[in-house]
Ligand binder design. Sequence first.
Ligand code: F6R
Length: 612
Amino acid sequence: MCGIVGYIGTTEARPVLLDGLRRLEYRGYDSAGLAVWDGQKINLAKIKGRVADLAGLLQQQSVKGTVGIAHTRWATHGEPTTANAHPHADCKNNVYVVHNGIVENYKALKDQLIREGHTFHSETDTEILSHLIEKYLTGATTLEQAVSRALKFVKGTYALLAIASSDPEKIVAARLSSPLRIGVSADQVFIASDPSALLNYTSRVVTLTDGELAVITRGNYTITSLEDGGAINREAETIDWNIDEIQKSGFDHFMLKEIFEQPETVINSTRGRLIPAEGRAVLGGLADVEDKLRALKRLTIVACGTASYAGLVGEYMLEEYADLPVEVCVASEFRYRKPSLIPREDAVLVISQSGETADTLAAVREAKAKGVLTLGIVNVIGSTISRETDAGVYNHAGPEISVCSTKVFMSQLTVLALLTLLLGRQRRMSLVTGQRIAAELAALPARMAELLAQADRIKTVAQHCQSAKNFFFCGRKYNYPIALEGALKLKEISYRHAEGLAAGELKHGPLAMVDEHFPVIFICPKDSVYEKNISNIQEVKARRGRVIAIATAGDTDIAAIADDVIYIPKTLEMLTPLLAVVPLQLFAYYIAQSLGVDIDKPRNLAKSVTVE
Ligand code: F6R
């Protein structure tokens, strides 16, 4: 969603802020702006449009100084307009604020401030914050005192930065349910909503947690509790993400780069965790709760979108190999459905790339309130979900820049396979089975690389379907969730209509739509449901549908029925999703490419969904 960057240091703030905003573009936004203290006053520049438009504006407008804040906005309250873009000022153009999140009681606060004589220039909830801070600056000796007092009246969520001409040599930051990270480097301090904006400058990062206020000065930062003003000591951690990882490295799009990184992703997610000889997995983040895991009677997996499809694959893995009853629920439903959870018998496992998804976080809180163990599979280190869950596993997939998730999905599947080994071996999985799964998992990166070498062939198959407007993706068992994921990828980046189906459901309704203009993609490796899939393919062919089969290398029979076949290397049934999803990601990519859409930043979507 929205992105925040702040800088205080010894060089010009403007290029640092623009660079940070560019690195946050992948999050999705509709306007951009910055405010910089020039030694006498704060200069503001903002615009509806891209960061490049803001950079263009700054060529005509002098914005100099070494203290500044910047923002990319994704509209929630008020249209995407220049007036609604952040930063927002108070009545005296003294205080400037950028904000991610939502002020839920903004209407009441705005009415009150108007009654007190404040004048508003935007429709945003954020502008309330600059006026509230203005109000509480009266009687305060510092900007941080005013921010802290103002926030006592705010209901909702925020990551905010404030600067003021009346107390200029600092940035004040505060956080509640929306991430903020401080980057420390000698006499410069950076702050951003996402580490991608910091890593060009420093890998030493301090994460603010909920209910904290930070005062950032040249080369220093202090953190206090918003509740009682108590000092909080927090050392910087090293984030070892490489800045090169957040560049395109010669690929046309981040999505394509991230698809091709997947063999490496599996290696990174399994590094130090897989012990093939002993047929087991070691997950350090779960070590403290292993006894509780052993006693589990049921696991509920909660996530959104792609992460929920990874959870569905996990359900099949854990039920088959760990004999653990598993249920998967999308987070937006879980939080309102009054789930029945029993402490010590149940656990809730949430899966989230960003670790900030509002619905998924709410599920963690709901589960904790019910007294059950909460676990996380999270990619972003130090994110809210990773901090709030009782225990968890990091994906180690590195930053995923494309809005459309690919390599993180792969890492989620990999971690779920590791979890299956861990829980399976705790329960009834034999050493031999464990060794077989571990060996196949270790062999997967090389198989995936073989598959990626067929990208040109997949591009040709995608070109055959370029003019189709509707698609079905069908699969069974482990590959039913992959059908859902394949359809989601296509919808997301090509804006074509696609539905993922359990292949057995075709004849219960969807088959009525199939004709020669309707491609149906079947994920049908040689597995325990192969024959069932073949029957479904015949049903589609009988209605003149165009069939694209994702099949196991060496399966020549299928070539006689399907119009196109993409072969994936042979592996264990449980691990076929990790291979089968790769051609579907490429298929979606090449269709979107032929349509000329903005693949890394699909319309209407954002990378991290921090509002309900
Ligand atoms: C699709 C996609 C989304 C996310 C979903 C959850 O490509 O990326 O469906 O999977 O918004 O996000 P996280 O994993 O950050 O909780």
